[in-house]
Every structure is written in structure tokens, then in C-alpha cells.
Design a protein around this ligand. Sequence first.
Ligand code: NDP
Length: 323
Amino acid sequence: MSQSVILVTGGTGLVGSAIRHIIETEPAGSRFGKKPGEEWVFVSSSEGDLRDPEQTKKLFKKYKPTHVIHLAALVGGLFKNMKYKLTFLRDNILINDNVLHTSHTTGVEKVISCLSTCVFPDKVAYPLDETKIHLGLPHESNFGYAHAKRMVDVQNHAYKDQFGDNYTSAIPTNVFGPYDNFDLEGSHVIPGLIHKCYLAKKNGTPFVVMGTGKPLRQFIYSYDLAKLFIWQLREYDDVEPVILSVGEDEEVSIKQVADAIVKAVDFQGEYTFDTTKADGQFRKPASNKKLLSLMGDFEFTPFDKALDETVKWFVANYDNART
Ligand code: NDP
């Protein structure tokens, strides 16, 4: 890329902050570091509410991006998704439509939007891969969010077919890392358990993990995901999405997650599983074959190391973290 302005929407969230960290800390000019002529801009909703077309246009007028990594979304846990289906559907449709359409009308050269493995059909043959997004209805619980995100793939194809636009999407599996939302109620499993274990240590109370601990999940460290987004921005020019994930053989159980948290927090107290609580789906593996075939080898950070770094970040930033 010669002179380019890369606008990262949702630039202050978990994934956006990780991209900023990598761009700022990898050696300049290296595969994932800042290249000469690049300007990176990371924006939050305080610079413009992307549900609003006028605010979106104003933001694009201000920064004049040539490239967009579109991460901004209304995201939330199971409870919020179930309760506010229309809000999840509508806000995300508006955000995505405004970002894609304003990118189109202002001549942005490339857009990568972020989907999620939640968009896949509820009833589907595993492992998930990039060809299966539209093969059936998503799970009822996140119906609004999933449909809005699926439409991005449909829009990308329509922009390409009608105008030849270079729009594509990324599908990360479960992300964790510094700058996550560590809220005890609405957060994802890893940040929620880190916060819970930290408080159990501080208050001398038991650390209780919901469910049996047996379900398996693929977790990607946000700093690894950031590198994959940067690769996709610079080296991948196709409308079809790419799953950005560790391999299926790198699934970890919730018990392994909790064990690693106990170790990283150095929690010495009572540690149990509340098996009366629901477990959720046992596993929903996603294939990263397409990613590796395109990118060649990529060294993912070992799970325990990534978790340890995340816990250290949380402890050091407890007063400012999203809790
Ligand atoms: P976060 O909740 O950490 O960050 C969300 C970002 O979006 C924030 O910067 C927020 O700004 C911004 N945002 C939200 N609403 C608006 C709005 N109306 N206008 C402008 N900006 C807005 O999310 P993550 O970093 O976790 O997620 C990033 C992307 O990755 C999302 O598209 C999500 O769907 C996807 N994803 C995430 C996964 C995960 O495990 N976390 C897994 C798979 C996909 P502000 O802080 O100002 O509100």
C-alpha cells in the first residue's frame, strides 16, 4: 500500500485495541508492523454513532479512509441477545449498511467486516467452514445478531457483482485478551471467569465455575487475531470470508480454561463446578484450513501464555478495565 488511511471502526474494543497494539509494537515495515505511508485511525462510538448515516458520512469526511476494518457492532452475551432481538438485528443492520454504503460512495478501496461463528446455522455438519454460513437458520437465541451479520456477506457479494468493490469479511472464533469486557454478568466466558477468580482470591471466597467444565471451544488470542486481520487487509483480495481461528485440534475445555485462570491468578482457595447449571453446546468446531492454506504457517500464541498475559493485564488495569 502506498499512501493509505486505514479506518478501524470499533477501534476501542477488544479486537480494535489489539490491532492498535500490534501495529504500534511490531517492528515498522515488518509483516504485521506499520508500513511506510500508512496512517491508522481507531475510532469509537464517541466519534460518531454508525447507526446514523449523517454521523457516518461525517466520520468518513473527516478521515478520508482508503481502507476500512469494520469491527463496530452491538455485541452481547446470551441473555442480552435473547431479550433484545430486534435491537441486535436493527442496530447491526444500520451500522453495517452505513459503513459499507459510505465506503462505496466515498471510494474506499477495500473493506473487511467482522462476522462471528455465531452466524452459522444451528443444525449443520461440523466442522464449520466458510461455505456453510447460509445453509440453515441460526440458533434462535441470537437470531437478530446472526441475521444482521449474515447480511454483510450478502452485501459484500452484491457490491462486488454490481460495482466490482473489494469487500470481504473475517469470521473469528471466541476472542479473548487485554481490553476485553470483564463484566461479571454480560461478558464472554474467559473475561467473566478471570474477574470471578480475581474477586474470589481478593475476598477469600470459593471460585465456582458454572456447568461441568466439559464443553470444548476454540479460543483465539486477540493479539494473534489482530495479526490475521492485518494479513487479510494486505494480502487477501476475495469476497469470500475467511475463518480466523486456531485449528480444530486446539480446542480447550472450560475446565482447562478455569485451571489456567486459577494458575495465572495464583488462586489457592476452594474451586468447584456447579453442575446444576446448563453447559451449552458441547462443541462447535470451525476449520482454519482455508486460512492456513492461504497464509502459510502462522504461529499462534500457546493458550496458557495468552491467558497468563490477559490475567496480568486485567490485574494491572483493574481500575480502568471494563468491569
Ligand atoms: P467490543 O464490544 O469490545 O467493542 C465494540 C466496539 O464497537 C467499540 O469500539 C464500540 O465503541 C463500537 N461500537 C458499538 N456500537 C457502535 C455504534 N453504534 N457506533 C460506533 N461504534 C460502535 O467488541 P469486540 O472487539 O469484542 O468485537 C469486535 C467485532 O468482532 C464485532 O463485530 C464482533 O461481532 C466480532 N466478534 C467478536 C468476538 C468475541 O469473542 N469478542 C467473536 C467473534 C466476532 P464504544 O466503546 O464507544 O461503544
